[in-house]
Design a protein around this ligand. Structure first.
Ligand SMILES: NC(=O)c1ccc[n+]([C@@H]2O[C@H](COP(=O)([O-])OP(=O)(O)OC[C@H]3O[C@@H](n4cnc5c(N)ncnc54)[C@H](OP(=O)(O)O)[C@@H]3O)[C@@H](O)[C@H]2O)c1
Length: 204
């Protein structure tokens, strides 16, 4: 697949590298793509750095990992190139959202024609790196209302060496974000169902 990574910092650059290792072609993007040479060097000839809109246009699937504060700007920069694309949101609001839409739902409203999924936001890269490819596989929670987004996120998660675990539709994303019961929760795939069942009591 062609994967566009919008926000190529600690998380985005790591995910970009793992996508390239899996054989995907990767375009990394930030507000300063000319500074991403070091990131591209780790993509083993499978990657390039582009401005945000061009990376989004290149992509079959977008991994969305800018800073939370500037995420709206990233969506604006991508513009209509996100329309119809699967966009996997890995961001976390800087503080817990107590009322109203979750971070994920807020971003969805900003680009309603994108096919959004939430994943890769619960654990720091150090944990992902330590657990990647090791049995029992680490559960990577996926939230989305859309089948194509669920399938694309699941494929990428599997390719990277984790176990996709569907946590529910968009309304479940708040469980995974800052302050939610699944945030920072390191759980292997065999225990994920029990952990999710406990977490879901928050939504009831
Ligand atoms: N780090 C982790 O382990 C981890 C784990 C789970 C979730 N997350 C979440 O992932 C997000 C990123 O975290 P991080 O630690 O990777 O941050 P980071 O190291 O600061 O990287 C952020 C990246 O986003 C780019 N960026 C910022 N604003 C942008 C915009 N408007 N358009 C395009 N690119 C933009 C930055 O480059 P420029 O400033 O040059 O644009 C930089 O490449 C956060 O929401 C965080 O909560 C992080």
């Amino acid at each position: 697949m062609h994967i566009g990574v919008i926000g190529a910092g600690q998380l985005g650059a790591t995910l970009a590298e793992w996508c390239a290792e899996s054989g995907h072609d990767v375009a990394v993007a930030s507000r300063h793509p000319e500074r991403l040479g070091g990131v591209v060097d780790h993509l083993g000839g499978h990657g390039t750095a582009l401005p945000v809109a061009e990376a989004a246009a290149f992509a079959d699937v977008v991994l969305f990992a800018p800073n939370w504060e500037t995420a709206p700007q990233a969506i604006e920069l991508a513009g209509s190139a996100l329309d119809g694309k699967v966009v996997i949101d890995a961001t976390n609001p800087t503080v817990p959202v107590l009322d109203g839409p979750s971070g994920f739902e807020t971003l969805m409203q900003m680009a309603p024609k994108a096919h959004w999924a939430k994943a890769f936001n619960t654990l720091p890269t150090a944990v992902l790196n330590r657990r990647r490819g090791h049995d029992p596989l680490l559960a990577e929670f996926v939230c989305t209302d859309l089948t194509d987004a669920r399938q694309a996120a699941s494929r990428i998660i599997r390719d990277m060496g984790f176990a996709p675990f569907y946590a529910g539709g968009a309304e479940a994303a708040r469980l995974t974000e800052t302050g939610g019961p699944l945030q920072q929760y390191e759980v292997d795939v065999f225990r994920a169902q029990d952990v999710l069942a406990d977490a879901l009591t928050v939504l009831r």
